[in-house]
Design a protein. Structure first.
Length: 233
């Protein structure tokens, strides 16, 4: 969906970053192309500068790396204008993630896909099954991302799943992710890092509390023993 040629092939070979397949299977039925486009949206939003992280799209070289990593083809030579355009789209995607309700999200998404000149085109290029490309032929990389990413976000809103567009709840992490868990219970961008880190911290806190209680108890026992000794004396 994202590209004219290489993208679909890359999609088959690369594991999605939105979420791995859950053991129970996918709770949300998201078409493969849409899921790939959501992966790119999440990756793009997460290139933004945060307190402990510089901007991942600081120059044209970084943008070139992003375009290659996500196999976004047909975007031609990249310029400073492309970089500015992609950064603007990134900001709009971040606003969609921050939207309090579907109406707010839909206003942003409508504007995004309209500005990008979104042009749905059925294609069976390179031997792939029929699928839809949303970016207009010859679109800039910013418009390309806005069209395909915007339509993927639109699919989420139409499915009644806007609240699945989340930010990690770990205190020192704000990474975006799409919660594809069955009961919409995912809280961390990555359960093996942020989730596990918090789990360990909570465990340590409980242990510390338990240890403190235990030593307090010991002290009480010790004091009462001393008291008994004193009584005997
Ligand atoms: Zn395609
Ligand atoms: Zn996180």
């Amino acid at each position: 969906m994202l590209c004219a040629t290489r993208y679909c092939r890359a999609a088959a070979a690369t594991a999605p970053v939105v979420a791995g397949p859950s053991p129970e299977g996918d709770p949300v039925q998201i078409p493969h192309d849409t899921r790939r486009a959501l992966d790119v949206v999440v990756a793009l939003v997460n290139t933004a500068a945060e307190a402990d992280q510089p901007d991942g799209l600081s120059d044209i070289g970084a943008l070139r790396g992003f375009v290659q990593e996500y196999s976004i083809s047909d975007v031609g030579d990249l310029s400073a204008r492309d970089l500015a355009g992609v950064r603007t789209v990134r900001g709009k995607f971040a606003q969609v993630f921050a939207s309090p309700n579907p109406r707010a999200a839909s206003i942003l998404i409508n504007e995004l896909v309209a500005t990008a000149g979104t042009t749905p085109q059925l294609t069976d290029h390179d031997g792939y099954d029929w699928h839809v490309h949303y970016f207009a032929p010859g679109a800039s990389v910013g418009d390309h991302l806005a069209a395909d990413g915007g339509m993927a976000l639109a699919f989420i809103v139409v499915s009644g799943e806007q609240e699945r567009l989340r930010r990690c709840e770990a205190p020192d992490c704000r990474r975006a992710f799409v919660d594809l868990s069955r009961n919409r219970s995912r809280r961390y961008c990555d359960s093996r890092t942020c989730g596990n880190r918090l789990h360990v911290a909570a465990y340590r806190a409980r242990r510390k509390e338990a240890d403190a209680e235990a030593s307090e108890h010991e002290e009480v026992v010790h004091r009462s023993e001393q008291q008994q000794d004193a009584d005997h004396g």
